[in-house]
Design a protein around this ligand. Structure first.
Ligand code: ADP
Length: 643
């Protein structure tokens, strides 16, 4: 028996089973394993190209509430087949004791001795056992296929929904918790669909069938059984059910914490090492893992009480039946065959109860997983596309912010009533103290967030009225710390336009000044990028991100300047690349260094959530305001005007 075995299994299986995938906070495949992994991947069967299309708005099917019934209902054929097979096996299995009864009463007892009957009964028993084995194999196969398909659909659906959600969601949710939704919650459901539902149906049916058979065999003995055994068993089962549910919920919560801690520690390993936090980390992890162990110990204890106690009740029940049934036999109110059959059925009567209670747990686990996944699937993107959104036509790149206010949390405005006009083709540098709201302002332009009030317009069109895809096709964003994906230099440059030709990719590499690097690499543009580009320097990663933006040919560019101090040479290369990239485009530069700001056409000084000054660098210096003060401090510190 596998009491409590279901608790830990889901996690272990789900976690270890997944392949290292780009974008997960686990970095990537360690170099020493890479060759092997590549070999494994090469030997994987090729999947046909997917016809899957991502749409910003969920389809009618996707937006229906997630329920187990609907999940299974998508595969009616499998479901009907599995139900029939469950019914057939539940009925067939219960024929054995009946055959035994017949063989004893008509072939073994004095006065009815018949070798033919005994041999025929034995042979029939064998045939039934064989047929049943075949049917059971068939049933397991059918439910297995059903489960794989249902889970595949669900994984794709949850992942697709995650891709739709807005940035705020990922800021609020811990990556580890999301991972546990995608792994252990889905594993749980898989377990339920694969074994649980069929088991539940089989055991439930078996109990009904056995009860019916017991009553038809001998109503008196059956009534005694029900009266003496069932109430005790029911009370014990209810207790077990409640206690194990409590324990189960505890394990679920604690495994999510273990996962969260694990992913954070792996993701932040560089910072952890640099700050000598390993000891603290280990002791913290021991604490989290310890809490998980305690929860498991509790469920283990509960199971260890329930399993043996039900067994004991079963045996005590048999002892009682021996007394009562033997008495009935001696009084000729029960045949010997019927007494034996009774014993056999009684044995089989307990198994389903134990299994049902256990399966009820897995049903509960599955249900709570469904509830959690449903919560995730029903979270709407905060930046949503309106149903009648239009395609944004090619724009010249004029950006207008009209009375824009914005706060990440209700009641805490980060930007207050900002009015700003950026003419097409100009480069605007946002400067101001840290936390002033520069990045926030930039995030509103490509709709990473929507303003709380006011409007953001591109060429006079409110960005909320156009499709997100068409908007973001014309706006490229280069973040402060560019993210490189597992793949090659080429695939990273072509990230926004996978269909770009080789010539276009080569051009982008030339324009940003990456040629020298590419020539130096062993496989040129096909060189693999590992571990999010940790083998490249900060400047090279920045250039790669610029090449990516150049290839996307956006009308508008939002660029968060890298603060990581590049060495002078890389800085100059990046600046040259920027000059090429910005040519003829509207650009919003979040400038952390005044040397960058000085090169812009206009400077917008942001402070306390508003625009305090704007104008050309010369004008602002001449005006003697906030920028002039910053500029004076910068010049005093050794900065100089370029050119
Ligand atoms: P800047 O780019 O000028 O340094 P930001 O625009 O990043 O400043 O931040 C402006 C303010 O908004 C800061 O007080 C910051 O703490 C807050 N903030 C930034 N991002 C978030 C977020 N995702 N959730 C809540 N507050 C945020």
């Amino acid at each position: 028996m596998t009491w409590g075995g279901g608790f830990g299994g889901g996690f272990g299986g789900g976690f270890g089973g997944g392949r290292a995938t780009a974008g997960l906070p686990f970095g990537g495949i360690p170099s020493e394993l890479l060759d092997e992994a590549t070999r494994l991947l090469d030997s994987e069967p090729a999947r046909p190209a997917s016809d899957l299309r991502f749409t910003q708005r969920p389809s009618a099917v996707e937006s229906r509430r997630l329920t187990l019934g609907r999940l299974l209902g998508a595969y009616r054929g499998y479901l009907a087949g599995a139900s029939l097979l469950v019914l057939a096996t539940s009925l067939l299995l219960q024929l054995g004791p009946k055959i035994t009864e017949y063989a004893i009463d008509h072939g073994m007892v004095p006065g009815h001795r018949s070798v033919r009957v005994v041999v025929a009964a034995g042979a029939l028993y064998v045939v039934i056992a064989l047929v049943n084995a075949v049917l059971q194999r068939w049933q397991t196969d059918t439910t297995g296929r059903l489960a794989s398909r249902v889970m595949h659909d669900l994984r794709v659906r949850v992942f697709t929904h995650l891709q739709r959600l807005s940035l705020d969601f990922f800021t609020e949710e811990k990556a580890g918790v999301l991972m546990s939704r995608m792994t252990s919650d889905i594993e749980n459901l898989q377990q339920l669909v694969q074994d649980g539902v069929a088991q539940f149906a089989t055991q439930g049916l078996t109990m009904v069938v056995i009860t019916a058979i017991l009553f038809t065999t001998n109503a008196e003995l059956a009534a005694w059984t029900v009266l003496l055994v069932v109430p005790v068993l029911a009370i014990l089962s209810i207790w077990f059910h409640q206690a194990s549910e409590r324990g189960y919920l505890r394990t679920r919560d604690r495994i999510a914490l273990v996962l969260a801690d694990l992913s954070e520690s792996l993701y932040g390993i560089r910072v952890i090492t640099a700050h000598n936090r390993q000891r603290r980390n280990v002791s913290n992890h021991r604490h989290v893992v310890g809490a998980y162990r305690d929860a498991n110990l509790y469920t283990g204890r509960v199971s260890s009480l329930y399993g043996p106690t039900t067994n004991l009740i079963g045996i005590l029940g048999q002892a009682l039946m021996l007394g009562i049934g033997g008495h009935l036999y001696l009084e000729h109110r029960l045949s010997l065959g019927a007494l034996v059959a009774f014993f056999l059925y009684l044995n089989r009567f307990f198994q389903p109860i134990q299994l049902l209670v256990q399966q009820y747990n897995s049903l509960q686990q599955g249900r709570s997983s469904i509830i959690r996944l449903r919560g995730l699937l029903e979270t709407p993107p905060s930046v949503d596309e309106s149903p009648d959104a239009i395609e944004l036509p090619p724009v010249s790149g004029r950006i207008t912010l009209a009375s824009v206010s914005f706060g990440y949390r209700a009641g805490e405005l980060v930007l207050r009533d900002v009015d700003l006009e950026i003419p097409a083709g100009t480069t605007v540098a946002l400067v101001g103290p840290t936390g002033a709201g520069k990045s926030t302002l930039a995030k509103l332009v490509n709709r990473f967030y929507d303003p709380t009030s006011g409007q953001v317009l591109l060429d006079g069109i409110d960005v909320r009225t156009v499709t997100l895809a068409s908007l973001r096709r014309q706006i490229a964003v280069v973040p402060q710390e560019p993210f490189l994906f597992a793949g090659t230099i080429r695939s990273n440059v072509a990230f926004g336009r996978p269909d770009a030709s080789s010539a276009e990719i080569e051009e982008a590499i030339d324009v940003v000044g990456l040629r020298e690097l590419v020539n130096r690499l062993p496989d040129g543009v096909e060189t693999a990028v590992h571990e999010r580009g940790q083998t490249l320097s900060a400047g090279e990663r920045q250039l790669l991100a610029l090449a990516r933006a150049f290839l996307a040919r956006p009308r508008v560019l939002v660029l968060d300047e890298a603060t990581s101090s590049l060495d002078l040479q890389s800085e100059q290369t990046v600046e040259r690349a920027l000059d090429r990239l910005l040519e003829g485009r509207t650009a919003i530069l979040i400038a952390h260094r005044l040397s960058t700001a000085e090169r812009a056409d206009r400077i917008v000084v942001v402070d306390h959530g508003g625009v305090v000054e704007q104008g050309s660098p010369r004008e602002l210096v001449a005006r003697g305001g906030e920028y002039a003060a910053m500029h004076a401090a910068w010049v005093a510190a050794g900065g100089q005007r370029p050119g």
